[in-house]
Design a protein around this ligand. Structure first.
Ligand code: URA
Length: 231
């Protein structure tokens, strides 16, 4: 990350103020004075400002198995996903990457890395999200074709991108979509005259929920974070 951005993120000052500090030669990176604000600095580098060590905010990445009845938000009058995080893990700026409906369970990423979250949510990247959906009626081949062809969603007036539907049991489907419109999976099934009784997200991009217990979370490994960053 650029040195000036890193210092501004660490609240040393505004981007402009830290630019001045750097140019004045008051910042050392790994034992050397650096006077270029645009200099690229690794996360974890040793930083001194006016001779004082600077704690740089670390990014954290948690995979939560969201239970039903919890809101995917940082603040709400109801219980939120942040209420499931232990106080010692509640880093400043932690937020859920995207939303699951209150009654949807499963894979939810939480991070304080705004840049990565933004990239993961960008429709341009088309990151795959896979859900298990329990329906009130039997699925058949015509549903698979319809998901592939796309549905016109109103009021947005947009057609959904081709989605993959696999029939696992008569009333159980595995759906993979590459976008994240409001209530998208439920609305797609509603277009087929079917109601989603239960919805669970089981993966996002290369990461899977696995056997993580409902209501619990774990930190992503460095390899998993690298996989997300490489998307
Ligand atoms: N689609 C939905 O309808 N709900 C969710 O929570 C996620 C995807």
């Amino acid at each position: 990350m650029r040195l000036d951005k890193l210092l501004a993120n660490a609240r040393v000052g505004s981007r402009k103020e830290v630019g001045v500090l750097i140019k004045e030669g008051r910042v050392m990176v790994d034992g050397e004075v650096v006077n270029k604000p645009g200099k690229k600095v690794e996360e974890g580098a040793d930083l001194l400002v006016d001779g004082k060590a600077l704690e740089v905010k670390q990014h954290v990445y948690y995979l939560l198995h969201k239970p039903q009845g919890v809101i995917s938000a940082t603040k709400d009058r109801n219980k939120t996903v942040l209420d499931l995080i232990r106080p010692e893990d509640l880093h400043k700026g932690l937020f859920p990457v995207g939303r699951l409906d209150k009654d949807t369970t499963g894979f939810l990423l939480l991070t304080n890395d705004g840049g990565l979250a933004h990239r993961l949510l960008s429709p341009k990247r088309g990151i795959e999200k896979t859900y298990l959906a329990r329906l009130d009626e039997d699925l058949d081949e015509s549903d698979i074709r319809a998901f592939q062809e796309g549905f016109l969603l109103l009021p947005e007036g947009m057609v959904t991108r081709p989605a993959r539907l696999e029939i696992l049991e008569k009333t159980l489907g595995r759906v993979t979509i590459t976008e994240g419109k409001y209530h998208q999976v439920k609305r797609m099934f509603a277009k087929r005259g079917k109601e989603v009784l239960q919805l669970k997200r089981i993966s996002m991009g290369p990461l899977k929920l696995g056997d993580l217990e409902e209501g619990t979370y774990r930190s992503l490994s460095d390899e998993e974070v690298d996989l997300l960053k490489a998307l």
